[in-house]
Ligand binder design. Structure first.
Ligand SMILES: Cc1cc2nc3c(=O)[nH]c(=O)nc-3n(C[C@H](O)[C@H](O)[C@H](O)COP(=O)(O)O)c2cc1C
Length: 353
């Protein structure tokens, strides 16, 4: 039996709603709003640990008035938000001082070059906060899930399906098949105690109910939280494009092209990313050379809209659930609203069968 996530996150309401640690987009205000609403809020980190420190400070001050926590801390003295790191992009030595200073409740790891890199990260994080900080790992296949469980035994395993916005495995399945097969394989390998969370294409209550049926205890939403008041947007046009985009299977695409626009692709080989179809993609399909695409991309970045927009050239990461995202709300309202509606959906199923 999986450990109940609610033992690990005592303030959280069921089912667990988590925002993805979207580097550059999910800061301290978003994370604090989601945690305050009874979810699990994450801050996304990329390269800049000073920026992460500032976002953690924002989260701490936003949570200082929350009645659920004393001085913005859990009973174990942890800050009740998480931080997401990309181990291929940052050294663990650079991340540890921030973890030591802020003692976040959870650390999320994604996109290590080798699975064994997660082991080193997890050991050092656990040593830094006496084993109190939980380790979450997001991965995107059955075999990777079992391998990560064997190497790290994460406190939470996030299974990311191919509908997800942003980066993920180039070869992937949707969560509808990925999650139950992974759950079975993990149980067979003796790791059935690890709680599972679903990510990828979930943008509202029906997706949450489906994820619960698949064996997840909660969900991660990224694209949905791009349309939140607290999301840090590089330009308002990006958020407008998220609201306008419909029919995500047609209007988004998974490709490595987006990682090749500003120079050589730095992501590990197994990864590509899903974003909204832009003029860059249409030019690529029509046979334009990468050199010309890069030149036009650089020019577009210099425009007032920074090159964003549906006819723009700069990447707007989003998942296939983007067509379900129709309005901007506060992140806390999103988390609580989706959770309550999911409970109604599940109740409706129970009485309807
Ligand atoms: C704009 C954007 C940025 C993202 N950045 C990160 C990141 O920095 N680290 C990470 O672990 N995942 C990142 N992700 C992926 C999420 O962890 C998650 O798997 C995804 O958002 C789930 O799919 P959804 O967008 O359909 O909800 C990002 C996703 C988006 C949409």
């Amino acid at each position: 039996m999986p450990t109940s996530l609610h033992l690990l996150l005592p303030w959280a309401a069921k089912p667990l709603i988590t925002n993805a640690p979207m580097g550059f987009f999910a800061g301290g205000s978003l994370a604090a709003a989601v945690t305050s609403a009874g979810g699990m809020g994450f801050i996304g980190a990329v390269y800049d640990m000073a920026a992460l420190d500032r976002e953690l400070s924002k989260a701490a001050s936003a949570l200082s008035t929350s009645p659920n926590f004393e001085n913005s801390r859990t009973k174990e003295g942890l800050l009740p938000v998480g931080v997401g790191f990309l181990p291929f992009a940052v050294k663990v030595e650079d991340a540890l001082p921030v973890i030591e200073k802020w003692r976040p409740h959870s650390v999320w790891l994604f996109a290590a070059r080798e699975h064994s890199d997660y082991t080193a990260w997890a050991e050092r994080i656990r040593a830094t906060t006496e084993g109190k900080t939980l380790v979450w790992i997001q991965t995107g296949s059955v075999s990777a899930g079992v391998e990560v469980a064997r190497l790290v035994h994460p406190d939470v395993l996030v299974l990311q399906g191919s509908d997800a916005g942003g980066h993920g495995f180039e070869k992937g399945a949707g969560i509808i098949s990925l999650l139950p097969e992974a759950a079975d394989a993990l149980a067979d390998a003796g790791f059935g105690d690890i709680p599972l969370v679903a990510a990828g294409g979930i943008a509202e209550a029906r997706g949450v109910a489906a994820a619960l049926a698949l064996g997840a205890q909660g969900v991660v939403m990224g694209t949905r939280f791009l349309a939140s008041k607290e999301a840090i947007m590089p330009h308002p046009v990006y958020q407008e494009a998220i609201l306008e985009t419909l029919d995500g299977g047609q209007s988004t695409v998974r490709t490595k092209l987006f990682d090749n626009l500003s120079g050589p692709n730095v992501w590990p080989e197994a990864y590509d990313g899903r974003g909204v179809v832009t003029q860059t993609w249409r030019d690529h399909v029509n046979g334009m050379s990468l050199e010309e695409i890069r030149k036009l991309h650089k020019e577009a970045e210099g425009r007032e809209d920074k090159g964003y927009g549906l006819n723009g050239r700069v990447t707007m990461w989003a998942g296939t659930g983007v067509g379900l995202v129709r309005e901007v709300k506060g992140a806390g309202e999103v988390a609580a609203g989706v959770r309550e509606e999911a409970r109604r959906v599940v109740e409706g199923l129970r009485t309807g069968i």
